[in-house]
Design a protein around this ligand. Structure first.
Ligand SMILES: [Zn+2]
Length: 289
């Protein structure tokens, strides 16, 4: 008997000692067998578990093969979410795109077509019209509008859409009589909004007259003005007018030496119309020297 056994075996009666000792030896063997059997059982169980897991995994992999797992739907969703995540920060613009500016059309009379009225010294109406129109454009651009500087028969005039369109002309350079002085305005009354045309006419007349101190030469508003060809070309919603800023003979000084005032008279008239200004409140006036 080993110390090992003696330690484990509690003291017993003599009658039972042999049997017990014998039994103990067996039981010791049994214990060993049991434990080895248990270990074998456990190993087997573990193997079983491993095999079961392997089978399940194999089944899962067969079921969820890459084409299945990453089906189009799932891929789409993944790409979409990653796309959203990737693009969200850049979708917020650092500087917001400005909304399109309101548009105004300015026609430099006769430009691109003919010279218009011609003075004896060769000075032409088209030169004067262009100079005035350019200054009007600058004024309105400074006020924050998109301005188209248009030729007499500009192809853009067909169905032209804008808040307003003003065609700039000047009257004869010949001496007619002492009354041949002043400006004239005619609006396109064929417009679908005749009240707007009347309003543009009133604004141009008031602002141009008060800024230039020129008088309205009502008597010589011709059919050429009221039936101005451009009026029938542009979009029906565009409010349009034609202005003869003066007679190139008697009004030549103000037209050529104070062209900025002439231009401001027109731009203020357009602004009065667009901004629906009170006609009784005059814009800041410049005193002529
Ligand atoms: Zn003309």
């Amino acid at each position: 008997m080993t110390d090992f056994n003696s330690k484990r075996i509690p003291p017993v009666s003599d009658s039972q000692s042999n049997k017990k000792n014998f039994g103990t030896d067996f039981s010791g063997d049994d214990d060993f067998i049991d434990s080895s059997e248990a270990a074998g059982f456990n190993m087997w169980g573990a193997l079983q578990t491993v095999f079961s897991v392997a089978i399940v995994m194999a089944t899962l992999f067969t079921m969820w093969n890459p084409s299945n797992l990453f089906s189009n739907q799932i891929l789409d969703r993944m790409f979409r979410s990653s796309a959203i995540n990737a693009t969200l920060p850049t979708e917020i613009p650092l500087t917001p795109t400005p909304s399109p500016k309101p548009r105004i059309g300015i026609v430099a009379g006769h430009w691109g077509n003919d010279s218009g009225a011609v003075c004896q010294d060769g000075y032409t109406e088209v030169e004067l019209n262009q100079k005035i129109a350019s200054l009007v454009r600058d004024d309105l651009v400074n006020e924050g509008y998109e301005v188209d500087l248009l030729q007499e028969k500009d192809e853009r005039l067909f169905e032209y859409a804008a808040l307003a369109l003003v065609s700039i002309h000047n009257d004869s350079c010949d001496y007619i009589n002492n009354d041949a002085s002043g400006f004239k305005v005619a609006a396109a009354m064929s417009s679908v909004y005749p009240e707007k045309s009347s309003r543009l006419l009133a604004c141009l007349t008031d602002r141009y007259g008060s800024i230039t101190n020129m008088k309205f030469h009502a008597g010589t508003v011709t059919k050429d003005m009221t039936n101005y060809h451009t009026f029938s070309e542009i979009h029906a919603d565009t409010t349009a007018a034609i202005i003869e800023t003066g007679f190139m003979n008697l009004d030549r000084q103000i037209l050529t030496e104070h062209t900025d005032l002439v231009a401001r008279g027109i731009s203020q008239g357009v602004l009065c119309f667009i901004r629906n200004e009170d006609l009784n409140i005059k814009p800041t006036q410049d005193i002529l020297p």
